[in-house]
Design a protein around this ligand. Structure first.
Ligand SMILES: [Zn+2]
Length: 178
């Protein structure tokens, strides 16, 4: 369970609902130490020339107006992470089930990306690589890795674990089914 995994790293003894709420608020904002955070002024506007994402009101959006002031062409953090292959999340898929369902699982991963991107435009797939009988999906954000794990569990059961790095900027998901 993802929440349980998160709580194991919690050193603060606050009530669970309060903690989860603050945690959720935090997750949906950029980390101040994220090296890929956009160094734009909150009032500025920009459009990513690579994916078309629009930056306004201090955040990146899938669509939306930019301006009325000058609009910068700025490569968004997700496109920069993809270029650098700098993942913020990964999903490792293993077990015998993969051999007979690889195509379906790949479709599920890409579908999860399309869904996640509707609300979190900076959540993208970097790559889905097959290696040593395992599939490894890397993502530009933790939300997408989290979503892929939950979608796999919902579609195929199996066992799944979620581990955040100490600084919570990286999520490792391991899904397994034989
Ligand atoms: Zn972009």
């Amino acid at each position: 369970m993802p929440r349980a995994a998160i709580l194991t790293t919690c050193k603060v003894s606050t009530p669970m609902d309060k903690y989860q709420k603050s945690r959720k608020d935090k997750l949906f904002k950029s980390h101040p130490f994220d090296p890929y955070a956009t160094p734009l002024r909150p009032g500025g506007s920009a459009r990513c020339p690579q994916c078309g994402a629009a930056y306004h009101e201090g955040e990146w959006h899938l669509h939306g107006p930019v301006g009325p002031g000058p609009v910068d062409a700025t490569v968004c953090p997700a496109c920069r992470r993809i270029e650098d292959r700098a993942a913020a999340g990964q999903v490792r898929i293993s077990g015998r089930f993969l051999a007979t369902h690889e195509q379906e699982i790949r479709q599920l991963i890409h579908h999860a990306e399309q869904q996640e991107r509707q609300t979190h435009v900076l959540e993208r797939l970097i790559a889905v690589d097959c290696k040593d009988d395992e599939l490894l999906a890397t993502t530009t954000g933790t939300h997408l890795a989290n979503r892929i794990g939950h979608d796999l569990e919902a579609a195929y059961d199996g066992t799944c674990s979620y581990r955040y790095s100490d600084s919570e900027v990286y999520l490792s998901v391991d899904w397994h089914r034989d």
